[in-house]
Write a protein that binds this ligand. Structure first.
Ligand code: 13P
Length: 391
């Protein structure tokens, strides 16, 4: 049961006092290095993709590899959109296979942050997908340059955290208590008292961004105060960078594969260190037993049409593919027609949903209602339909 419900995963970590690593990945070396470390540790892991990194890879193409890696392993895995920039980003992330989303509206006013987060939660809930919200401001961009740290830190306050969680319904809360993204400049001072009070006020899994550069003792203190997900990236990028520098010292290493050899292993070693430190190693079986599997649900219709020509039928199908594919939680719309002339039913729709929650939200979604009422039902004749869970 490799891909699991991320809400179940982090609630387990929260209740049992450990943290799951959410490692941002920017290439297949990162993906394979992260997965192999989690496998060695027999640990759950979150494969995280940050929107600010989309300039380095094609999100859609890399997601095929991420979903395949998650399905092919036996350890519990979740796939998370990190620092999504809009509602549209969250919808795209879910369509491509993310089963957890974070939308970062933390730089906006509290009222605007609550409003945008609330709209994401409504959309994601209708897809069965949990949401991470952020309150306060952790300076920096998920990048590798300390100088890309704009702005001053804004600490999360206890009262704001409580009302933000109540008003938005987020599943996890990222807090700002002294960490920064990227390389630390100087020794980080973390406000553990504030963290403790936030934890007591909100009682949901807490998230720390900017994991790079914290000490073992700081991680321990964070986890004791409700931190159940730790976001980590720069240190992995540094491990990869050191390995490339070392490779260039070998005068016979000229080509791409020589210069990039050993990167995966270097990343994997650092991921393994973190997983063991954060207490998630050896927990794969417990989590596989505790978490619901994350499996798509399919909606299949086989049907005939009456009263329109073949060309008009094809136009109606094209319109349906375009429209229905935009509904949040729809992974794919596949259509077809019978090969044999004598078939009793001539056409098919296969709509893949990310979660069974989408059966209801899809049915009632205005795009579906409009398409079904105006284009499909008036011409659809006899038909059979079924919603089923894939195995
Ligand atoms: P670091 O790069 O400091 O590890 O932070 C990563 C992060 O918080 C991604 O969201």
């Amino acid at each position: 049961m490799p891909l699991v419900n991320m809400r179940d995963m982090l609630n387990h970590a929260y209740q049992h006092g450990y943290a799951v690593g959410a490692f941002d990945l920017v290439s297949l070396d990162f993906l394979e290095g992260i997965i192999s470390a989690a496998e060695r540790c027999d640990a759950p892991v979150i494969l995280s993709l940050a929107e600010s990194h989309f300039e380095y890879f094609n999100f859609e193409i890399i997601m095929s590899a991420v979903v395949t890696a998650a399905r092919n392993t036996s350890i519990p895995v979740a796939i998370h959109l990190d620092h999504g920039e809009s509602l549209a980003s969250a919808v795209t992330g879910i369509r491509l296979g993310c089963n957890g989303v974070m939308i970062d509206s933390s730089s906006q006013s509290l009222t605007d942050n609550i409003q945008l987060t609330r709209s994401i939660v409504e959309m994601a809930q209708a897809c069965g997908v949990p949401v991470e919200g952020e309150l306060g401001y952790v300076p920096g961009i998920e990048g590798e340059d300390a100088e890309r740290h704009p702005g001053e830190i804004a600490y999360t306050t206890v009262n704001e955290a409580k009302s933000y969680v109540e008003q938005t319904g987020v599943d996890f809360l990222a807090v700002s208590i002294g960490t920064v993204h990227g390389r630390m400049q100087g020794k980080p001072e973390l406000d553990f008292q504030r963290l403790q009070e936030i934890n007591e006020a909100v009682h949901i899994p807490l998230v720390i961004h900017g994991g790079t550069g914290l000490s073992d003792e700081q991680f321990k203190q964070l986890i004791e105060r409700g931190v159940s997900k730790i976001n980590y990236y720069t240190s992995l990028a540094d491990a990869a960078g050191s390995r490339i520098r070392k490779n260039t010292q070998d005068s016979t290493a000229n080509g791409y594969t020589n210069l990039t050899s050993g990167i995966k292993e270097a990343i994997s070693t650092e991921v393994e260190r973190c997983i063991r430190l954060w207490g998630s190693s050896g927990r794969a079986d417990q989590l596989n037993a505790h978490c619901k599997a994350w499996k798509p649900v399919e909606h299949l219709i086989i049907y005939n049409v009456h009263g329109i020509t073949e060309d008009e039928t094809l136009a109606m199908i094209e319109e349906g593919k375009k429209t229905l594919g935009k509904i949040p939680g729809v992974l794919e719309v596949v259509t077809g027609h019978a090969i044999q002339d004598e078939a009793s039913y001539r056409y098919t729709w296969l709509v893949r949903f990310c979660h069974d929650a989408v059966i209801e939200s899809y049915k009632n979604h205005p795009l579906h209602v409009a398409f079904a009422d105006t284009l499909f039902r008036p011409v659809a004749g006899e038909r059979i339909s079924i919603d089923y869970q894939t195995h």
